[in-house]
Design a protein around this ligand. Structure first.
Ligand SMILES: NC(=O)c1ccc[n+]([C@@H]2O[C@H](COP(=O)([O-])OP(=O)(O)OC[C@H]3O[C@@H](n4cnc5c(N)ncnc54)[C@H](OP(=O)(O)O)[C@@H]3O)[C@@H](O)[C@H]2O)c1
Length: 287
């Protein structure tokens, strides 16, 4: 297939390129080539490339910055999805788009399903939900993947932040009252290709299996990096002055994905161990 991958230089985009390029012809575009908030640029890109599949991995992903840069946040996370869906609709091109666990308010106590009501509590979540609505209103030919707590080899993420802080300060405080599912972008890219292979359409929740708090995840990161001597203290969300609210519980059920594909995502602990081995070997080899 000919695939147009938007946001290929981002954290997830980078792994999508690595995943899809073996079996598909992938044309990557990022901010230098296209501004997805422009409807005409989206139309032109689709007309030039003539893909069978458009994957949108671009987004405004700084959750706290979304609270102050609301206009840009909605332009990239909502209006741009409309532009992409409109550009693809008339040519019957499939669109793959990513959304977030932050479309939920976090007041639940069992994993959210695709049919559960959304009620975002921050601007990022609201912008992503508006993007979802545009996509669903404009086309049936889509795969909408809600995912969470991403980390990958490229880009800023929680793993990198914890390692940097542990090495520079030797002491950490991490919130222990938000529960979610850390997810490796390499696994998510593979799951995305699986959904394409199964000819899936509609909304799917895809994360690594199981759940933990950010504190648990930080402890796993330190253990894997052999930094267990670093002092790490659990704190409450209220003790951090962050611009955006976060849902307390945003675990999502992957049952629909499992039923369609016959595959389960690996547990988050194994995914992280694999990832850590991979980035360590890359650093050692100087890559
Ligand atoms: N990160 C997470 O924990 C997480 C969790 C749930 C869902 N998601 C969703 O997963 C997707 C991928 O996330 P990610 O963390 O991989 O994103 P990312 O690393 O922030 O990458 C996003 C890419 O999009 C580009 N971009 C931003 N605005 C653009 C524009 N107007 N036109 C063209 N390109 C633009 C960015 O360029 P610049 O770097 O130049 O801005 C960047 O290369 C997003 O839809 C996100 O909402 C992420």
């Amino acid at each position: 297939m000919k695939v147009l991958l938007l946001g290929h230089k981002g954290m997830l985009g980078n792994d999508l390129m690595a995943q899809f390029k073996y079996r598909h012809e992938v044309i990557g575009m990022d901010r230098e080539e296209i501004n997805i908030t422009s409807a005409s640029e989206c139309r032109r890109a689709v007309a030039d490339v003539q893909p069978q599949l458009v994957i949108n991995a671009a987004g405004f992903t700084n959750v706290d910055a979304c609270e102050t840069a609301k206009e840009e946040c909605f332009a990239v996370n909502a209006e741009a999805v409309k532009n992409i869906a409109e550009a693809c609709r008339d040519r019957n091109i499939t669109v793959i788009h990513y959304s977030t666990d932050y479309v939920f308010d976090g007041n639940g106590n069992r994993p959210y399903t695709e049919d559960d009501p959304c009620n975002p509590i921050n601007t990022y979540g609201a912008s992503k939900l508006t993007g979802e609505h545009h996509l669903r209103r404009l086309t049936d030919n889509f795969i909408l993947i809600r995912t969470a707590w991403l980390y990958g080899a490229k880009g800023k993420n929680f793993v990198q932040a914890i390692l940097e802080r542990a090495r520079s300060t030797g002491q950490l405080t991490v919130v222990n009252d938000q529960t979610g599912s850390p997810t490796c972008t390499r696994d998510l890219a593979a799951a995305t290709e699986l959904l394409v292979d199964k000819n899936a359409r509609g909304i799917f929740h895809v994360t690594n299996r199981g759940s933990c708090t950010w504190y648990d995840f930080a402890r796993k990161i330190l253990k894997e990096a052999r930094l267990d001597t670093v002092e790490i203290l659990p704190i409450k969300t209220g003790e951090l002055q962050r611009a955006a609210k976060r849902p307390a519980y945003s675990v999502m059920s992957a049952q629909k994905f499992v039923t369609l594909t016959g595959k389960t995502m690996q547990p988050w602990q194994l995914a992280f161990s694999d990832y850590f081995k991979f980035i360590s070997s890359r650093t050692c080899s100087g890559a």
